[in-house]
Ligand binder design. Structure first.
Ligand code: EPU
Length: 421
């Protein structure tokens, strides 16, 4: 398996572009199931998770592909004939977000058979709220042999109050409701920019959705939708990770395409840590402080501090001048990077959902193992700062969600390379 090898100590500088957002691309690709014809998506990041979603669509009988050469960030999905509305275990087990096909399939084809996702490294991650929403729209849901089967002759609009805020749950039910008869009101919705982006795409396809980006979304069902062309918004988590790379390496980096409004809670914490942040030339510049100040962080749903940036900020706090308290409120098991950071000399104590991080003078390079996507990015960030050589194993996690991160960091002056297995 590939490894990333980082030699710490280089201060990063220059400009780098944020790629398209993984967590927008995945639901948007799934939404292509709602219309016959060819949809074209631009700025689609070249990631393993995106390839998995294209595979899920192809398995059902769509023609889903990434173009090549100069068009390599374009994906096209064509639906020309009947589909087998099924997402098999072999694919869902490698990517939970495959469950996003459930809503569109039941809305469009009246039935869906999707392998029930299991838990994953960061938590149990049930899908009860997705199913609650689909049931409320009139789908009959059964669980057989590890598969969720949903059937409905016609979905019917309903008012659904989610018991908790769920990103893909909101997206799945929204995609089902666009073809339901009458009005659906979704309450207690996720407000992430990716939910708003999906609604934008659905509206371009002919849907009638209002309120996406707020906690109440109203959807008036339509009879049919048409394919679209759309360019995916920039990845706020990748952008945030690159800003932390600038901060932890004592650098000065402009992350182009980063959208300040999408990153506000992260920018606020970086400012508190002493970074100088400026918006310029269609991006955000981060200039590292001489001394990193400790900052307390609590992850919550958008517009709060994102759980997907918790590991990266924790690494920054590992070298702060003082003690920080970091609370993880979204996933019950998202501190797996801590044991690896201990191997690099970090001083972190975990008390339930809270990590107390005492800043240390230096981290030292070590062989470490990535446990999930954001953890793998955080170990690379630690490696940028550490004395000596850090080897991050299991980088397949990284490739699920970061487009050539090591190349981007190298272009900024990092001493980093991928060692092929
Ligand atoms: N939850 C339930 N029941 C449900 C749905 C969710 O109990 O039916 C719980 C989850 O177990 C979790 C919390 O609600 O404790 C929030 O989960 P959510 O459903 O919002 O997460 P998700 O939709 O599965 C998306 C992102 C994640 C990101 C989370 C939180 C995609 C494809 N994935 O997951 O991204 O961490 O929202 O913002 O959009 C990542 O990119 O690294 C990543 C894990």
């Amino acid at each position: 398996m590939d490894k990333i090898v980082v030699k710490g100590g280089s201060s990063l500088s220059g400009e780098v572009k944020a790629s398209g957002a993984k967590n927008a691309a995945l639901p948007i690709l799934a939404s292509s199931l709602l219309a016959d014809g060819t949809s074209t998506y631009r700025n689609v990041p070249d990631l393993v998770d995106v390839a998995t979603m294209l595979k899920v669509l192809n398995t059902m009988g769509c023609e889903a592909e990434r173009l090549t050469g100069r068009q390599k960030n374009v994906c096209q999905v064509t639906i020309a004939g009947p589909l087998t509305p099924e997402a098999p275990y072999e694919l869902v087990k490698t990517m939970r977000a495959s469950v996003l096909v459930l809503g569109p399939l039941v809305a469009r084809y009246g039935r869906a058979r999707v392998s029930m996702p299991g838990g994953c490294a960061i938590g149990a991650r049930p899908i009860d709220q997705h199913l609650k929403g689909l049931k409320a729209l009139g789908a009959e849901i059964t669980l057989t042999e590890g598969y969720v089967e949903a059937r409905a002759k016609h979905l019917k609009g309903a008012t659904i109050n989610f018991d908790l805020i769920t990103v893909t749950g909101t997206e799945n039910v929204m995609m089902a409701a666009v073809l339901a008869k009458g009005r659906t009101v979704l309450e207690n919705c996720a407000r992430e920019p990716e939910v708003e982006e999906l609604a934008k795409v659905l509206n371009k396809m002919g849907a009638r959705i209002e309120g996406a980006g707020t906690s109440v979304i109203t959807i008036d069902g339509v009879d049919s939708l048409h394919p679209v062309e759309h360019s995916i918004l920039p990845d706020r988590i990748e952008a945030g990770t690159l800003l932390v790379a600038a901060a932890i390496s004592g650098g000065d980096v402009l992350v182009k395409h980063a959208v300040p409004e999408h990153l506000e809670p992260v920018l606020q914490k970086l400012r508190e840590a002493g970074c100088t942040l400026t918006t310029e030339n269609g991006g955000i510049r981060c200039k590292a402080p001489k001394t990193i100040h400790p900052v307390n962080i609590t992850t919550t749903e958008h517009p709060g501090f994102p759980t997907d940036m918790q590991a990266q900020l924790m690494v920054l706090m590992c070298v702060a001048n003082g003690t920080s308290v970091i609370s993880e409120n979204i996933f019950e098991n998202r501190f797996m990077h801590v044991a690896e950071l201990h191997r690099m000399g970090a001083d972190i104590t975990i008390q339930g959902p809270t990590a107390v991080v005492k800043g240390v003078k230096k981290l030292s390079g070590a062989p470490v193992m990535a446990t999930d996507l954001r953890a793998s990015a955080s170990l690379i960030l630690a490696g940028l700062r550490a004395e000596g050589r850090t080897e991050v194993a299991r980088v397949y996690h990284l490739d699920r969600g970061y487009e050539r991160l090591e190349r981007k960091l190298r272009s900024l002056g990092a001493d980093i390379r991928r060692v092929k297995a």
